[in-house]
Design a protein. Structure first.
Length: 378
């Protein structure tokens, strides 16, 4: 199911007609959404990832298979692309230990090398390269390490902790100044969408719901303390990437991104239960990652029972189960205190908003429609 989209243009559209964008991390949660948004806006798009992306809309896209960690193969793949005008960089390398890996020197060094392996051959050979957007997120403010200012603003002093987001920003700033292109850093809050096998809590929540239903157990919230949070639907982040490519107001700056509202997991639980066809129950605090690991064979039975795609539980969930434990504050004394201001984004001209509960439901329904998840009706 392809969601309807709202495209924001700038006053300079006549000067900045759509170009040719290279989208890295094309098979990921943000990569697929960004490709969809650029296609909707009439751009030529090349998707880059190790495996070919499957777009929720079902459309095809020009695709180049590259492991960005390999400098030689990256150079060979990108040097011929002399007509690329923009890069939307959503690729990321993450270690198996999700939260601990965010501060890992190996992970930081690998991500820095991957960005260089894309930018340098493009900049050397493209005849009219104009702009790159890089993905950051609220970890830039240290949300995974300590409470952050409320709200966190793009103008806040840099938080002194090891991460590759600052390295990426410094790199594209320096390269842009040297080679005459602009950059934008995107900082979305918790990102969700209709893509399996990614850093996306929704497939993990859905698999948990399906297994609970199959075992005759209620869809109980497994997390910790109640807290209020924000999210960013991947579709909105993709639309911001298009806006940043076209809008002079986006040049050489960072922008926080959210849906525009707030939510609490327990309040969103009934809406997701309705879409997934399960009954809610009283809280049952437990690690969602551990629960799924203990019940993987139940998932295999669900796949056969409903004729779903032949994905293992790990292939469906990716790192979403670990991320869910963090996002639900399981085992924590309190949830993340993380609110970001999106005033800069709104005042700069991007005005799209979304109801977070509705985005959860739409993404889950898309996964059901495409046979990743069992239907609501048994």
């Amino acid at each position: 199911m392809h969601l309807s989209r709202h495209h924001v243009t700038s006053d300079h559209q006549g000067e900045n007609m759509p170009g040719k964008v290279l989208v890295t991390g094309a098979s990921g949660l943000l990569g697929t959404a960004t490709i969809e948004s650029f296609l909707d806006a009439g751009w030529e798009v090349i998707g880059v990832s190790r495996r070919k992306p499957e777009l929720p809309s079902g459309r095809e896209v020009e695709f180049v298979s590259v492991d960005l960690r390999d400098e030689a193969t990256s150079r060979a793949a990108f040097e011929p692309l002399t007509d690329v005008t923009h890069i939307a960089y959503t690729a990321i390398y993450e270690k198996s230990e999700l939260v601990a890996g965010w501060s890992s020197k190996d992970q930081i060094d690998t991500n820095n090398a991957m960005l260089r392996n894309v930018v340098e051959p493009i900049v050397r050979n493209a005849v009219d390269f104009k702009h790159i957007s890089v993905l950051q997120g609220t970890k830039v403010y240290g949300v995974h390490l300590h409470p952050i200012p409320i709200p966190a603003r793009e103008s806040d002093p840099r938080d002194d902790h090891a991460n590759f987001f600052f390295d990426h920003e410094d790199y594209v700033r320096e390269m842009g100044a040297a080679h005459g292109f602009t950059w934008t850093a995107l900082r979305p809050q918790l990102v969700t969408g209709a893509v399996p096998g990614a850093l996306n809590v929704l497939p993990a929540i859905a698999a948990y719901a399906a297994i609970r239903r199959e075992k005759g157990e209620p869809f109980s919230f497994p997390g910790g303390p109640s807290f209020v949070w924000e999210a960013a639907d991947a579709t909105i982040v993709g639309d911001v990437a298009v806006w940043s490519a076209e809008s002079p107001q986006a040049a050489n700056g960072a922008f926080n991104i959210t849906n525009g509202d707030v939510f609490e997991w327990r309040n969103a639980w009934p809406a997701m239960a309705k879409t997934l066809g399960v009954e809610t129950g009283p809280d049952e605090p437990q690690s969602l990652a551990a629960y799924l690991a203990d019940n993987a064979e139940i998932w295999d039975k669900i796949v056969e029972k409903y004729g779903l795609r032949q994905l293992s539980l790990r292939e469906l969930v990716g790192a979403g189960d670990q991320h869910a434990d963090f996002a639900f504050a399981y085992g924590a004394p309190a949830g993340p205190r993380a609110f970001v201001s999106t005033i800069k984004l709104r005042q700069s001209g991007f005005s799209k908003v979304a109801d977070t509960e509705v985005t959860f439901q739409r993404a889950l329904q898309s996964l059901i429609d495409r046979k990743f998840l069992p239907p609501a009706e048994q």
